[in-house]
Design a protein around this ligand. Structure first.
Ligand code: AOS
Ligand code: ZN
Ligand code: ZN
Length: 393
């Protein structure tokens, strides 16, 4: 039986990127409940993210969203983040809020609107140079609501052309990750609905283009770990947007709805070489990011809970006795193989992870340490006035 002690080293260096928008107010289409202390600026969001990293050691990067996190001087923002002990991560583009994009962005039939969307991505790449970000993440709301509304084939061809132009602008160390989502906001067809479409588009571009897998973007019952396996096998899994869902794109805390699914995903990540410092610069080949909103719970504790959930399921995945599993699989020992996997899943790693943290100068209980820090009361008192930022603001 593999013990946590034997895999503890593999947990060092695990990095889960936090989305800046997780710290802003967010909600459904019905009501956005504001929380006291919600950041009013990107600088305040970074300060909150630094709290998560400070008590967990797991979240050294923060993803930005343009234009939500737009500033005049990105080099200064990079320095500001560095002083807080975090770095700026993935740059997320946004072509889903302007009236111009009502009928599409990178797929639009009107060349001028398509150019506007391409130019927005050029701007994002310029920002990446200043922030030192590696990944440009593209999620498109493009699609149609009614059969016959658009020419699906023409839209796919225009998408390929737009992506080619954006790809050509990337620096040598930069990547493009294309996220898919099966529906919403378009309900009849979406232009990048599934991993196959994303894969086909990025494969045509080249090595620096990869697929982004958002765990909430699949139909119920989809075997997501199979997709993880396939994309890793093809060398095209660029990043994760982690969250969890009960119904659609719920953006709830990762591992909250179905920890077993998160475990199965991490098992395939480990099996496929997607975890650990496989790159020359010591970074992981796959970028692990959260894409979540905290509508009714406190945001900073919500993010702390999230990265801990990922760490717990990563630890359990690393505990799988691979040699015994291979032997059982080869021998056709159905229940034996299943039992080996389940042994790892049912191992409670929380106590060992608390010790792992203490051994690295981190609090054994990050949520308790955050609660005791007084930070929440401080920001509630300090951050009055101004406009609290929200998802989509
Ligand atoms: C939308 O459903 C996608 O998950 C996006 O990745 C993301 O939630 C949005 O772009 C906010 O950044
Ligand atoms: Zn996403
Ligand atoms: Zn989403």
């Amino acid at each position: 039986m593999t013990t946590l002690n034997s895999i503890a080293g593999q947990l060092d260096g695990q990095a889960i990127e936090l989305p800046s928008w997780a710290f802003g107010n967010s909600g459904t289409r019905f009501k956005v409940f504001a929380t006291p202390g919600t950041p009013r600026t990107i600088q305040e969001k970074l300060a909150d993210a630094a709290q998560v990293h400070g008590v967990t050691g797991l979240a050294p990067k923060v993803a930005l969203h343009i234009p939500w996190d737009k500033v005049d001087d990105y080099s200064a923002l990079r320095e500001f983040a560095g002083d807080l002990g975090v770095a700026l991560g993935t740059i997320n583009s946004n072509t889903f809020q302007d009236d111009a994009y009502k009928f599409g962005s990178l797929t639009h039939a009107d060349a001028a609107i398509r150019q506007q969307a391409i130019d927005h991505h050029f701007e994002c790449i310029d920002i990446m140079h200043a922030t030192g970000s590696q990944d440009l993440k593209i999620w498109l709301a493009d699609g149609t609501n009614y059969p016959g509304q658009g020419d699906m084939r023409g839209r796919q061809d225009r998408l390929a052309d737009s992506l080619e132009q954006i790809y050509a602008r990337l620096g040598s160390e930069q990547r493009l990750v294309l996220e898919y989502k099966f529906f919403e906001p378009a309900f009849y067809h979406t232009d990048v609905p599934d991993w196959g479409t994303s894969y086909a588009q990025v494969a045509a571009l080249g090595d620096k283009a990869m697929v982004c897998l958002d765990t909430g973007h699949h139909a119920p019952g989809t075997n997501i770990e199979f997709i993880v396996m396939q994309l890793l096998r093809l060398g095209k899994l660029g990043s994760f947007d982690f969250n969890s869902r009960f119904y659609a794109d719920d953006d709830l805390i990762v591992g909250a709805a179905d920890p077993f699914q998160l475990f199965r995903i991490m098992v395939e990540v480990v099996r496929g070489g997607g975890y650990g410092p496989a790159n020359q610069d010591g970074s992981s080949p796959v970028a692990f990011m959260l894409d979540q909103c905290h509508n009714v719970e406190d945001k900073i504790p919500g993010q702390i809970r999230s990265v801990l959930n990922v760490q717990e399921m990563t630890a359990r995945a690393l505990l799988v006795d691979r040699a015994a599993l291979d032997a059982a699989q080869t021998a056709g020992d159905v229940l034996g193989a299943n039992g080996i996997l389940m042994d790892a899943f049912y191992t409670d790693v929380r106590g060992d992870l608390a010790a792992w943290r203490e051994g690295r100068g981190l609090p054994a209980d990050p949520l308790a340490a955050y609660a005791a820090s007084g930070y929440q009361a401080q920001i509630a008192a300090d951050r009055v006035g101004g406009t609290q930022s929200s998802w989509g603001a």
